[in-house]
Design a protein. Structure first.
Length: 95
């Protein structure tokens, strides 16, 4: 089957988002557009929905996420424990 060539113009912000997503998935823009058109024509595309990220995408994002220092992590754990102690006990479902 012969491939067809298509040229389209995108607004700059959409083109940047496409480039960013292609980089996250380590794939080309054309492949992403093919997948999007296929999903759209199959009726499975949800315009506002994002698919679950792959493990590779999560690993790449992890480097850019701010991390807590040891002191901040200890303080957070202390706050969570204190909050749990302040919660009322759960109702007994067997009564």
């Amino acid at each position: 089957m012969k491939n067809s060539h298509l040229t389209l113009r995108l607004p700059a912000d959409l083109a940047r988002a496409l480039d960013r997503r292609a980089g996250e998935r380590d794939t080309g823009r054309s492949q992403l557009v093919r997948e999007a058109v296929t999903a759209y024509l199959a009726g499975t595309a949800a315009p506002a929905a994002r698919s679950m990220p792959t493990g590779l995408e999560l690993a790449r994002r992890w480097r850019t996420v701010p991390h807590l220092t040891a002191d901040e992590a200890t303080a957070l754990a202390t706050d969570i424990a204190a909050g749990r102690r302040r919660l009322p006990p759960p109702a007994d479902r067997w009564k």
